[in-house]
Each structure stands twice: as C-alpha cells, then as structure tokens.
Design a protein around this ligand. Structure first.
Ligand code: HEC
Ligand code: HEC
Ligand code: HEC
Ligand code: HEC
Ligand code: HEC
Ligand code: HEC
Ligand code: HEC
Ligand code: HEC
Length: 391
C-alpha cells in the first residue's frame, strides 16, 4: 500500500515529495476511499506517477493541509486518504489545560493544519473539543480563543474540509475510524472518501481515470462557481455575510461576485494548484497580478511616495476587511478581501445598518486607515488622486 512520506506539515520544503513518494512504492495505490466508495482512489498518491508536479504543488497548498492526523489514527491513516502529515510531530500545540481532554491520544484530528490562520481540535468521539474554552490556537500571534466554549459541537464541517463527503454517510458512525478501537463516532456528521481538498474535490472521483487515463474520464472545471462551492458562507452567493465590523471568512466567491471582476474566474489570477502569493499569475516583468490588466494605474502609481514605501495595489484594493482567526486592529482582519472597488465617500459605511452583510466596495477605513490608524477619513476622502501622491 502506498503511503505519503511522513512530514512535519511545515508549509515549506515540500518539493519533490511526489518523487520521493514514488520511490517508496512500486505501483500507484488503487484501494477505495476511506468511506469504501470504489470510485475514489486511496488519495492523491494514485495520481503521482503521472502528475508529479500537480501532486507536489498540492502538497504545499492549504488544500492539502486542512485537516491533520491527531493521535489514535496515526498508524492506520498516516499519509493516506489525502492526509499529508502528522500533527503530533508537526509543532502543533494543544490547549494547556484539562490535560485529560487535550492530549494527543484523545485528538482524532486537527482542523486547520496549514499554520496560517487557526487550529481547532476534534476529540476521539468526533466532537470538536470545547472544554473550558481557550480551544482555538491563532497562528499570527500565538494566542488562544474560545470557540463555542463548553458547547457540544459536532464536526459538521465535512462539506468543505473533506472530499467525497456524504452528509448521510454512516461508515464512521458504524465502524469508527481505522485505528480507533471504539466503534461509533457520534460527533462526526456524515463520512468522506478523503481528508482535505484532494484532486478529486475538483476533478471528480479518479479511480477509473487512474486505472486507464483518458481525457473523458476526468473532469476539469475552470469556473469560479466550482471554487465557490467551498469559498462561500450563506445560501445566496451574492450576499456577503458580516459580523462585528468585518466580513466573515471563506466568502471569496460572494466577494468576487460583488467585485468588478465577476466575469473572470478565480483561475484568471490564481494557479489552481499553487499556494497563495506564489500561485498568482504575475507576468514576467510585472510587479503584481493587477498590472496584467491595469497598466494605466500601474504607471500612475509607480514613483508615488507610497509605491516607494512598498505599499502594493492589494494593500488598498484588497484591504484586510475579512476576519478568520483574529482582528489585528480596528480595521484590520486577517484575510484579504476580493471586493477590489474602493468607495471614497466620507459618509460611506461598508456594512448594512444591522451589520449582518457587507456592501460591494471597501470603505476608506479598510483601504487607508488600516495603516493610517489616526488618519482623518474626510481628509482622505478629499484627496483627488491617491495613485499619484507625492509625484
Ligand atoms: C497512469 C498515468 C496516470 C495516472 C495514474 C493519472 N493520470 Fe491523469 N492523465 C494521464 C494522461 C496520459 C492524461 C492525458 C490524457 C489525454 O491527453 O488523452 C491525463 C489527464 C488528466 C487531466 C487533464 C484532463 C484534460 O481535460 O486536460 C486531469 C485533470 C488529470 N489527468 C487528473 C488526474 C488525477 C486527479 C489523477 C489521480 C486520481 C490522475 N490524473 C491519475 C495519466 C494519468
Ligand atoms: C472542497 C472545498 C474547496 C474547493 C472546491 C476549493 N477550495 Fe480553496 N480552500 C478550501 C479550504 C477548506 C481552504 C483552507 C485551507 C487551509 O487551511 O489553508 C482553502 C484555501 C484556499 C486558498 C488559501 C490557501 C493557500 O495555500 O493558498 C486559496 C488561494 C484557495 N483555497 C483557492 C481556491 C481556488 C482558486 C479554488 C477553485 C479552483 C478552490 N480554492 C476550491 C476549500 C476549497
Ligand atoms: C482546488 C481545485 C483543484 C484541486 C484540488 C486540484 N486541481 Fe487540478 N486543476 C484544477 C483546475 C481549475 C485546472 C485547470 C487549470 C487551467 O487550465 O486553468 C486543473 C488542471 C489540472 C491538470 C491539467 C494540466 C495542468 O496542470 O493544468 C492536471 C493534470 C491536474 N489538474 C491534476 C491534478 C492533481 C493530480 C491534483 C491533486 C494532486 C489536482 N489536480 C488538484 C483544479 C484543481
Ligand atoms: C462552506 C464551506 C465551509 C464550511 C461548512 C466550513 N468551512 Fe472552515 N474554511 C472554509 C474555507 C474556504 C476556509 C479557508 C478560506 C478562508 O478562511 O477565507 C476555511 C478555514 C477554516 C479554518 C482555518 C484553517 C487554517 O489553516 O488556518 C478553520 C480552523 C476552519 N475553517 C474550521 C471550520 C470548522 C470547525 C467548521 C465546521 C464547524 C468549518 N470550518 C466549516 C470553508 C468552510
Ligand atoms: C484579467 C484582467 C484583470 C486583472 C488581473 C485585474 N483586473 Fe481589475 N478590472 C479588470 C476589468 C476588465 C475591469 C473593468 C470591469 C468593468 O468595468 O466592468 C476591472 C475593474 C477594476 C476596478 C474598478 C474600476 C472602476 O472603474 O471602478 C478596480 C478597483 C480594479 N479592477 C482593481 C484591480 C486590482 C487591485 C487588481 C489586482 C489585485 C486587479 N484589478 C486585477 C481587469 C482585471
Ligand atoms: C494607497 C491606496 C491605493 C493603492 C496602493 C492603489 N490604489 Fe487604485 N485606487 C485607490 C483609490 C482611493 C481609488 C479611487 C476610488 C474612487 O475614486 O472612487 C483607486 C482607483 C483605482 C481604479 C479605478 C480607476 C481609476 O483609475 O480611478 C483602479 C482600476 C485601480 N485603482 C487599480 C489600482 C492598481 C492596479 C494599483 C497598483 C498598481 C492600485 N490601484 C494601487 C487607492 C489605491
Ligand atoms: C483579480 C485577481 C484575483 C481573482 C479573480 C481572485 N483572486 Fe484570490 N487572491 C488574489 C490576490 C492578489 C491574493 C493575495 C495573495 C497573497 O499575496 O497572499 C488572493 C488571495 C486569495 C486567498 C487567500 C486569502 C488570504 O488572506 O491569504 C484565497 C482563499 C483566495 N484568494 C481565493 C479566491 C477565490 C476562491 C477566487 C474566485 C472566487 C479568487 N480568489 C479570485 C487575487 C485574485
Ligand atoms: C499598507 C499600508 C498603507 C495603506 C493601506 C495606505 N497607506 Fe498611505 N502611506 C503608507 C506609508 C508607509 C506612507 C509613507 C510614505 C512616505 O511618505 O514615505 C504613506 C503615505 C501617505 C500619504 C503621504 C504622502 C506624501 O507624499 O506625503 C498620504 C496622503 C497617504 N498615505 C494617504 C493614503 C490613502 C488616502 C490611503 C487609502 C486610499 C492610504 N494612504 C493607504 C502606508 C499605507
């Protein structure tokens, strides 16, 4: 049986893993998905023989690092079914209280293994661990937050954090997880074929293709809507849900649909397999992805005092108006927004009166006052041409 090699889950230094993986195996794995669905392979290693680059790229993308193995399942699942590393050995901290609950032998898996925003923990019974709070680790400043403190919180997150999710699937409930002796995991809603966002999440179950590859037995969908199945929050993709003065996270699709770029796909700017900034399609000789299509603004902006100070297009037009783990200031969340349009109105507020939804343009609070904390909004609103300041 092919297994992905052990790794520390560190986001860098993963290149060549697909090759290493191949050197460890003689044939691609053909076993069925974790939930027994034979249309699925045992995981991305089944694709590595022929698509090594895609697998390497995926291994360093957050999509492969959504969930990480905790304690009991290590021996049985290590490196298979879309898991790319072991949380216990990977520098992930557990809450520092109630050690009877927060210990690796009681952690089935962790949610958030990319070390980017935050990490939460799922217990051996499948419920998210909430005892006495301080149960969410925030990577940007090492703090702990209360996530549904002391509530009984099912793991209902499979739709977006796993692949081949079946809401009514009962495999884990009836049989438990491989490697976990006690049967039944009441805390887990549904079951799935792979942990994480594997190739199959975007290309469809790949067992038939991996066995006999053709172009017609695998799916390629380049539309934003496909990414939007997970990068969304509410039911209506046009509505951006907000809370506490910030856009709530994982709403890139609704933000995009409210942006001037709605006719483009996510793939216009992002390489689908490549992580964050390194996956942006910045053309040779250009500074930012925006320059590909906005040469006039680039020309105006280059040489201005802010350009010289290193302020980028995205600093204003994608101001961090969205919050996942923590806010870093009154107008600074921790996720880039995709709204792009700035509304310079001195009276403009970004949110509806009840604060529950966001409008379609960034206000000067997020575009400017994230950095100019003591700035005067009316004075900024009066500036005629922001791009050429200081020229
Ligand atoms: C034994 C080699 C092999 C394996 C294993 C394999 N593929 Fe392929 N794949 C191919 C070949 C060859 C093509 C090109 C087919 C053609 O051009 O007719 C292809 C094409 C593709 C395409 C592009 C189709 C298109 O329309 O351009 C995708 C996506 C893809 N494979 C994904 C996968 C995934 C996901 C897996 C693992 C589940 C996988 N492949 C496993 C050989 C393989
Ligand atoms: C099945 C659900 C799902 C689909 C489909 C999906 N994503 Fe994601 N995406 C996620 C989750 C969950 C995360 C958080 C992963 C993490 O912990 O970093 C994420 C993270 C990301 C990130 C940030 C992490 C990084 O390493 O860059 C980008 C960029 C991204 N997705 C882009 C896309 C694009 C573009 C598409 C469509 C081609 C897409 N996603 C489709 C669920 C999905
Ligand atoms: C988040 C969605 C997503 C995931 C996950 C994903 N792909 Fe893709 N893949 C795409 C999209 C979208 C394209 C089309 C890119 C384009 O042409 O703009 C693509 C293109 C491809 C192609 C065609 C050639 C190329 O590289 O453009 C292959 C082969 C492929 N993917 C294999 C894989 C394999 C193997 C995995 C898992 C290791 C994987 N993909 C994971 C979305 C995804
Ligand atoms: C509708 C899809 C969706 C659902 C349902 C969902 N998430 Fe997410 N989640 C995402 C996406 C997409 C991201 C990454 C992009 C972002 O946060 O803007 C993410 C990010 C996260 C992160 C941060 C990951 C990191 O590496 O820092 C955690 C933790 C998380 N989600 C936990 C949960 C939990 C717990 C649940 C269930 C109670 C849940 N999510 C349900 C889509 C979803
Ligand atoms: C693929 C080409 C493309 C890329 C890349 C692109 N844009 Fe655009 N952008 C457009 C087009 C086309 C429009 C006009 C849309 C319309 O008017 O319907 C637009 C409109 C805008 C607008 C609104 C203009 C107005 O008159 O209100 C802003 C702001 C903007 N883009 C900022 C950005 C930023 C910032 C980036 C980089 C993060 C970026 N764009 C990347 C093509 C692009
Ligand atoms: C210091 C913040 C800031 C930076 C950096 C910045 N912009 Fe702007 N941008 C603005 C403001 C403010 C407006 C005006 C909005 C209005 O007038 O309603 C604007 C307007 C625009 C527009 C709308 C058309 C126009 O020219 O008025 C586009 C397109 C645009 N910017 C793209 C870019 C690109 C591309 C970059 C990087 C090369 C960039 N911006 C850098 C703040 C910024
Ligand atoms: C006009 C270009 C553009 C388009 C279109 C676009 N993105 Fe992005 N996206 C960016 C840029 C620029 C970043 C910032 C990358 C960085 O430097 O970290 C980004 C970052 C992200 C992140 C990571 C956020 C964070 O704070 O780390 C996610 C997730 C993401 N994009 C998802 C999507 C999805 C899903 C779509 C389609 C619905 C999409 N993007 C469309 C330009 C774009
Ligand atoms: C990412 C942080 C950041 C953002 C966002 C930002 N600024 Fe700045 N701004 C700076 C820095 C740094 C300087 C100092 C440049 C210098 O003078 O050396 C500066 C300088 C300025 C100056 C003085 C320019 C001069 O030549 O004296 C003005 C005015 C200004 N910003 C307005 C704005 C406005 C208006 C916005 C929003 C549309 C904005 N800034 C957004 C970081 C930022």
């Amino acid at each position: 049986m092919t297994r992905l090699p052990k790794c520390s889950l560190a986001p860098s230094g993963l290149f060549g893993l697909a090759a290493l993986l191949l050197s460890m195996s003689t044939a691609p794995a053909m076993a069925a998905g974790l939930n027994g669905d034979a249309a699925y392979t045992e995981g991305p290693q089944a694709c590595a023989e022929c698509h090594a680059q895609a697998v390497d790229d995926w291994l360093s993308h957050g999509h492969s690092r959504k969930l990480g193995i905790g304690g009991p399942t290590i021996a049985a699942l290590d490196g298979r079914f879309g898991l790319s590393g072991i949380a216990r050995d990977g520098g992930f901290l557990l809450p520092d209280h109630d050690k009877d609950v927060y210990n690796w032998d009681n952690v089935l898996f962790i949610i958030g293994a990319s070390k980017h925003w935050k990490t939460r923990f799922v217990g051996a019974d499948g419920y998210i661990l909430t005892k006495n709070g301080k149960n969410q680790y925030n990577w940007s400043n090492g703090s702990w937050s209360n996530y549904h403190k002391d509530e009984k919180r099912q793991f209902t997150c499979g739709t977006c954090h796993t692949t081949g999710y079946r809401k009514d699937g009962t495999v884990f409930n009836e049989k438990g997880f491989p490697g976990v002796s006690k049967a039944g995991l009441p805390g887990i809603k549904g079951d799935w074929a792979h942990f994480n966002i594997t190739c199959a999440a975007c290309h469809g179950p790949g067992a038939a293709h991996a066995k006999k590859p053709t172009k017609t037995n695998i799916k390629v969908d380049k539309k934003a809507k496909q990414c939007g199945t997970c990068h969304i929050r509410g039911k209506d993709p046009k509505v951006i849900i907000a809370k506490g003065g910030f856009i709530k996270h994982h709403e890139q699709y609704p933000e995009h649909l409210n942006s001037p770029h709605k006719k483009f796909s996510c793939g216009t700017c992002h390489k689908a397999h490549v992580t964050r900034a390194s996956g942006l399609k910045v053309r040779k000789g250009k500074k930012e992805v925006c320059d590909n299509c906005h040469p006039k603004q680039r020309k105006a902006y280059t040489g201005s005092s802010m350009a010289k100070a290193g302020v980028k297009c995205m600093d204003c037009h994608m101001g961090r108006a969205t919050k996942s783990a923590i806010k870093n200031g009154p107008y600074e969340g921790d996720v880039w927004t995709h709204l792009m349009r700035i509304n310079k109105g001195a009276d403009y507020t970004m949110f509806s009166a009840d604060g529950k939804t966001a409008k379609n343009a960034i206000s000067l609070e997020f575009a400017c006052m994230r950095c100019h904390a003591d700035g005067d909004k009316a004075a900024y609103a009066a500036i005629k041409s922001t791009h050429t300041l200081g020229k």
